[in-house]
Design a protein around this ligand. Structure first.
Ligand SMILES: Cc1ncc(C[n+]2csc(CCOP(=O)(O)OP(=O)(O)O)c2C)c(N)n1
Ligand SMILES: [Mg+2]
Length: 373
């Protein structure tokens, strides 16, 4: 029997605005309008400033940990490709997209300050809490998308994750489930080349992340993730397909983490400074600013106004986040059990918990427990 080809595939790469300022007008047709691009640049400037202030809050002991988004701000363009009713199911490095989709900026600060209220998303904002466990949320996204299909809402779920997350079983299960069930889900990988200190080539043997989706029958595409026009183009096409007939897409955005993994990391220990230098030149904000300036849509006055507005807004956001009333100590007890076990009830009422370690002998606790016995 002659051999035949059972399957062939290719992965397209999309870039509209490159790092040298070349712009593919034909591919950009029907995409971001000029005024959208200008508003997007203002938003990216705001998010970069927010990121710098969040970093400083951590360094000055006012926040626990923080993963900088610096360099990956073009992800904001995805928010223009969905409607307010579509769902965003994020990882932890997508602030610019979440803010555009309606998440109040205070929430991310509260989350990293260790305040649970940062995860209580306001009603009507279709954003899930950020996910620290790598990859688990992609399954939630597949489930949310399936629910949209069953309920015939016409809405889609868009989930974000890193290159490292595609080595997790959850990624493969989520892709398989979504494609088999035709759940209107868009999987968007921010391939920033690193998973903490593990470079992409030590993380996976596949040439692209995008090709991983081929095995599941998804549409797969790779884009320049520092090019807002390309990110928008690919996301809009994927969202439209998902909404139309449940086609699932895996988008790989090639980008770079310009900061450390988190404030608990020092990337100088494992990253070549030349690599950082090369990617700094591909900065998505720099690229968009240069392009809009060349088109006469941006100038020094607009830049200064955007910087001032960002400073004023972020100062207000920090004030709100730090000024929030202290949570009730009851919160420690109230969200696990429908009916509190006696020991915990005693702790709640006496306000003395084991973790406070005020009293190694736990005398007060024993007395409180005896009272409630
Ligand atoms: C299930 C799980 N395993 C390990 C970790 C520890 N961890 C935190 S971030 C990270 C790397 C993630 O890399 P990537 O998915 O590329 O995202 P990036 O941080 O680069 O945005 C790991 C392994 C975790 N949070 N969750
Ligand atoms: Mg990564």
């Amino acid at each position: 029997m002659p051999k035949r080809v059972a399957y062939t595939a290719k992965i397209e790469f999309i870039q509209i605005l490159d790092e040298n300022g070349r712009f593919d007008a034909a591919l950009a047709e029907g995409g971001l309008a000029d005024e959208q691009a200008v508003a997007l640049l203002e938003h990216l400037i705001l998010c970069r400033h927010y990121d710098e202030i969040a970093f400083k809050l951590q360094r000055s002991g006012r926040m626990g940990t923080y993963p900088q988004n610096k360099g990956q701000e073009a992800i904001a363009a995805t928010a223009l490709a969905v409607t307010r009713d579509d769902w965003m199911v994020p990882c932890y490095r997508e602030n610019p997209a979440l803010f555009l989709h309606g998440l109040p900026m205070e929430h991310i600060l509260l989350h990293w300050m260790g305040d649970e209220r940062g995860n209580q998303i306001p009603e009507g904002v279709n954003v899930m809490p950020i996910s620290i466990p790598i990859g688990t949320h992609m399954l939630h996204a597949a489930g949310i998308a399936w629910a949209q299909r069953l309920r015939q809402t016409g809405n889609v779920a868009l989930t974000y994750f890193g290159d490292g997350a595609t080595s997790e079983g959850d990624f493969h299960e989520a892709m398989n489930f979504a494609t088999v069930m035709r759940a209107p889900c868009v999987f968007l990988c921010q391939n920033n080349q690193w998973a903490i200190s593990v470079p992409r080539e030590k993380q996976m043997a596949s040439e692209t992340v995008a090709q991983k989706g081929l095995a599941y029958g998804a549409e797969c595409v790779q884009v320049d993730g520092n090019d807002v026009y390309a990110v928008y183009h690919a996301t809009k096409a994927a969202v439209d397909r998902a909404r139309a007939d449940g086609t699932v897409t895996l988008i790989e955005c090639l980008t770079y983490r310009l900061g450390d993994h988190t404030t608990a990391d020092d990337a100088r220990r494992y990253r070549d400074p030349k690599e950082l230098e090369a990617w700094t030149k591909r900065d998505p904000i720099l690229r968009l600013r240069t392009h809009l300036t060349a088109k006469g849509l941006w100038d020094d006055a607009k830049e200064a106004a955007a910087q001032d507005a960002a400073k004023e807004r972020v100062a207000r956001v920090v004030k709100n986040a730090e000024g929030i009333a202290k949570p009730s100590t009851d919160d420690i007890f109230d969200y696990t059990f429908a009916t509190l076990p006696d020991g915990l009830r005693a702790q709640k009422e006496s306000m003395r918990t084991h973790s406070l370690a005020l009293e190694p002998g736990q005398e007060t606790l024993r007395r409180a427990e005896a009272q409630h016995a």
